[in-house]
Ligand binder design. Sequence first.
Ligand code: IPE
Ligand code: IPE
Ligand code: MG
Length: 298
Amino acid sequence: MGAHTTARHIACIMDGNGRWAQQRGLPRAHGHKAAVSAVDTVIRTALEEGIPWLTLFAFSTENWSRPQEEIDTLMDTSCQFLRRRVHDWHRAGIRLRRLGEETPRISEDLRQELQYAHQLTQDNSTMTLTVAANHGGRGEIVRAARTLVEQQVPAEDVTEESFAQHLQNPDMPDVDLVIRTSGGYRLSNFALWRCAYAEFVFPEVLWPDFRAEHFRQALELYAQRRRRFGGATTSIPHPRSPQPQPPFGLADSLPSLSSVLSLPGGIASRLGGHLLAGLYDTARYAKSQLETRNEPPL
Ligand code: IPE
Ligand code: IPE
Ligand code: MG
């Protein structure tokens, strides 16, 4: 297991297939076909890093508005891919699940393949791989509300905990980290309930170009985040991440924050910790972006 694997549940919004193809003068469908190697990579890397829950957003309820030809290619590609991989995943201890409403709009072949994979792998426990297909966060919440009404649950018994028990796959934990490729900074209706306190990383690569190093960089960035869940910051450094230290000699050559800002020593040192942590986060992110573009780090 890697050093930065504190995230229990990672979700990937696998965006950018169409642009990947368009940049090469190819039909969008080629982007979806190229996407499968990134899916292979992310699953393998998540296993190596010991991530227990990995969710891949494959098709949203809004994606039905795409041309039928593109949808057909996506279904065919996903079906063939699943058929090729399911036994490898089973051997690796992966439990495959679906997130999203059942619908006859998903091709019969793909539905059968998903069903087979689900049944075959249901007792595995190394990693739960959830494929979100025909998934929409709002729809999922509405379905949970509908079930509560149908079961005539008294209003006073509807709590956040009991509500969450009516979501699909209720044992699935909240998402810790959302990775969205391709420069979009949004959820696009993904798992709204479970992303309430998720951290976000936005690698600029298009999904078919997403590699193990991008995944690991995202884990590293996550490890530097200070998750507070609404609470106050109580201490610097955060218990999960070592406090970054300035390079040797730098601290001695700078005037102290306490004297520059006329602050008491304790407050100045906490503020300094924040400033440094932010600077290091930014530097790490800039370095990852340069590496992604194959430019040498500064
Ligand atoms: C993600 O890539 C795949 C799906 C949404 C099914 P896109 O097809 O959205 O690619 P872009 O965003 O158009 O480049
Ligand atoms: C999000 O991508 C959905 C998936 C990756 C499956 P979209 O390409 O559909 O998102 P928008 O339309 O840019 O928000
Ligand atoms: Mg897109």
